[in-house]
Write a protein that binds this ligand. Structure first.
Ligand code: HXC
Length: 268
């Protein structure tokens, strides 16, 4: 689908995306690149990264991949530094890395809970923390330009409650708190905007195949009038908007991009 934005809306920007090699993260990488950004992607699987980078390059997008796990602070630091070394600066950080599985709370071990908190919440904080030096106004490579921006990929699960996803609900609630608190502190002190996107069910993603098998999808339509699958493109367009100058007055909010699904109720 064609973009509604001008091709050069992100021209000259450098973006680093965790989880940028697959799923929603990859689509955001691609759309950032198609709108003029240079793109660094971070992930744990070399093969996934290599193939993502070569696809991005086939669109003439300046792209590079760095292996790393957001749970390891030394990886976070190394990848942020490598991105700046490679492209000269950092303007946009997207935290899209996430872990998930369906499990009843009574069957979930503390370590299982902690693992998802570590990836989604602590990982997001760690990446933001390591990137701060480069994102802040006047930071290395920024010259006199304004501060950079952070985008955290969240979910809508924790707006209400979600079956078998206590770990992810807790983790994404923490991500939203990180978004708001950093927007306040770093918006004030460093001119950095921090926002989030909460995707609804998006077709052709690991999230959907792992969490919502086909039989759940078809049943959901009876219970939730607004149930409609989104596309990765929908999330990427919201991301382009939020990180671009079109979103320059938006700070500290997480935008649900779910067709209104989380508000959905049966008619009777
Ligand atoms: C119960 C499980 C489990 C499962 C893992 N664990 N899978 N418990 N049911 N299906 C427990 C393990 O038993 C272990 O606890 C602990 O979690 C750590 O598991 P490991 O396998 O050692 O962890 P690791 O190899 O680091 O894998 C992390 C992962 C994995 C989260 C478990 O699924 C992963 O890496 N996923 C990344 C890719 C992914 O899921 N992407 C989709 C994101 S979709 P014990 O106690 O045994 O030691 C998404 C959408 C969110 O985020 C919003 C949806 C609407």
């Amino acid at each position: 689908m064609e973009s509604a934005f001008k091709e050069d809306i992100l021209k000259g920007k450098v973006a680093l995306l965790t989880g940028g090699g697959s799923g929603i993260g990859f689509e955001i990488s691609k759309q950032f690149g198609k709108h003029g950004a240079s793109v660094a992607i971070m992930g744990r699987r070399k093969q996934v990264l290599d193939s993502a980078v070569s696809t991005l390059r086939s669109f003439s997008i300046p792209a590079v991949g760095f292996e790393g796990d957001v749970r390891k602070q030394e990886d976070a630091r190394r990848v942020v530094e490598s991105t700046v070394k490679h492209f000269g600066k950092l303007d946009i950080l997207v935290n899209a890395a996430a872990g998930n599985f369906l499990v009843a709370s009574e069957d979930l071990s503390t370590n299982g809970f902690r693992t998802v908190m570590d990836i989604d919440s602590v990982g997001t904080f760690t990446m933001c923390h390591e990137a701060l030096e480069y994102l802040k106004q006047g930071g290395p490579g920024r010259g006199s330009s304004s501060g950079g921006t952070i985008l955290n990929i969240s979910a809508t699960l924790h707006y209400t409650a979600a079956w078998y996803q206590i770990h992810v609900s807790a983790a994404k609630a923490a991500v939203d708190a990180i978004t708001r608190n950093l927007a306040l502190e770093w918006g004030t002190d460093y001119d950095i905007r921090v926002n989030g996107i909460a995707p609804g069910p998006i077709g052709d993603t690991a999230g959907m195949s792992k969490l919502a098998p086909e039989e759940i999808n078809s049943k959901a339509k009876d219970h939730m009038p607004l149930y409609k699958l989104g596309e990765k493109w929908d999330i990427a367009m919201a991301a382009v908007y939020l990180v671009s100058d079109a979103g320059k007055y938006i700070n500290g909010t997480t935008v649900p991009v779910d067709g209104g699904l989380w508000l959905s109720r049966p008619r009777h």
